[in-house]
Design a binder for this molecule. Structure first.
Ligand SMILES: [Zn+2]
Length: 216
């Protein structure tokens, strides 16, 4: 299976976890592939029994496709944890390496990693690691910082790691998992959020705030 096919399955899986559906054009944008390229991949994955796809309809995973996607995400997040815990790499350094390693990892090796790491429930970014049966733990009472209320101090419980720039920015301002973050206010014009993290007071765009998950 080529990396891009894996990435397509992962993107649909993650949208489904959020309770959302994802169209072929959104997938094309997300993966940087042309719409005809996506259609071609979708048709091939449908033949393999991994996705269900009809033109102009959201793409969905079959049970087999869902298990495969959960397995790839499991390998990715276990590698991130290994690189972070065992090799002491920063949380802003591990995603890129894991993107490559996830495609070259057998289920048996993933299980050995899982054992070595003591069956971690979450990766270094606070994202849940699917278990060997593809089950994903969900946490309650978590919201995106973009939805948080002014005047309240929250604890950071997760970030999305898709952008290296963003991860470097988080590292620069000292934002880590378990950081306390206070929402000082919101700018109504564009819904950006004024926050304090440690001794930093900064403004986060709505888009950046959507990538930080917090708990009261
Ligand atoms: Zn990652």
């Amino acid at each position: 299976m080529s990396p891009s096919t894996d990435d397509l399955l992962k993107a649909i899986f993650q949208a489904e976890l959020r309770g959302a559906s994802i169209s072929a054009s959104e997938l094309a944008r997300h993966l940087g592939i042309s719409p005809p390229g996506i259609t071609q991949m979708a048709n091939r994955l449908q033949e393999d029994g991994l996705v269900e796809y009809r033109p102009y309809r959201p793409m969905t995973l079959t049970q087999e496709g869902r298990e495969l996607a959960a397995g790839i995400i499991r390998k990715h997040r276990l590698w991130e944890m290994f690189l972070h815990k065992a090799l002491k790499m920063g949380w802003n350094e591990v995603h890129r390496e894991a993107e490559m390693l996830e495609h070259q990892t057998s289920d048996a090796l993933a299980n050995r990693l899982d054992e070595f790491l003591g069956h971690p429930a979450f990766d270094p970014h606070g994202q849940p690691i699917p278990d060997r049966h593809g089950r994903v733990r969900t946490r309650k009472d978590i919201l995106a910082l973009s939805e948080a209320e002014p005047g309240i101090t929250y604890t950071v419980v997760g970030v999305t790691d898709k952008s290296d720039d963003l991860m470097d920015f988080f590292t620069d301002i000292g934002l880590t998992l378990k950081s306390r973050i206070t929402v000082n206010g919101k700018i109504s014009m564009d819904e950006s959020v004024i926050v304090s993290v440690k001794n930093y007071r900064t403004i986060l765009s709505k888009t950046v705030a959507e990538h930080i998950y917090v708990q009261k």
